[in-house]
Design a protein around this ligand. Structure first.
Ligand SMILES: *[C@@H]1O[C@H](CO)[C@@H](O)[C@H](O)[C@H]1NC(C)=O
Length: 148
């Protein structure tokens, strides 16, 4: 009985952690956290990237069988290079964080790590979804109508 109660509480915590951002709410949050123009990437491009990587969902995770790594959170940051999830072979953890912090509703740490990713030579091209969906596209729609 007690074990069931604890299990219930754990499941509740897992479900309430993280959230799906409303578009303009995310745009304002990214702007406040200094993402507009960071490393030459406009706010609309960051928004496009987040849209196609996670659908603005901080809880998004995706396993990559080929590298046995997992992508985490709103920017789908990968456990092979950037964070530690304790189960990825030859992991580097360049952001120096646990991957689970990338799933929180407070995206401060996710933004900090995304800034680290974009400072690498390949820059924003590190994100496949950005290359496929945002590069050389008119991305103004992702911030249209937002009070920024
Ligand atoms: C991008 O699209 C918006 C409307 O969706 C339009 O107002 C703007 O002129 C377009 N920009 C370019 C460079 O085509």
């Amino acid at each position: 009985m007690k074990a069931l109660l604890i299990l219930g509480l754990v499941l509740l915590c897992v479900t309430v952690q993280g959230k799906v951002y409303e578009r303009c709410e995310l745009a304002r949050t990214l702007k406040r956290l200094g993402m507009d123009g960071y490393r030459g990437v406009s706010l609309a491009n960051w928004m496009c990237l987040a849209k196609w990587e996670s659908g603005y969902d901080t809880r998004q995770t995706n396993y990559n069988p080929s590298s046995k790594s997992t992508d985490y959170g709103i920017f789908q940051i990968n456990s092979r290079y950037w964070c530690n999830d304790g189960k990825t072979p030859r992991a580097v953890n360049a952001c120096g964080i646990s991957c689970s912090v990338l799933l929180k509703d407070d995206i401060t740490q996710a933004v900090k790590c995304a800034k680290r990713v974009v400072r690498d030579p390949q820059g924003v091209r590190a994100w496949v979804a950005w290359r496929n969906r945002c590069q050389n596209k008119n991305v103004s729609q992702y911030v249209r109508g937002c009070r920024l």
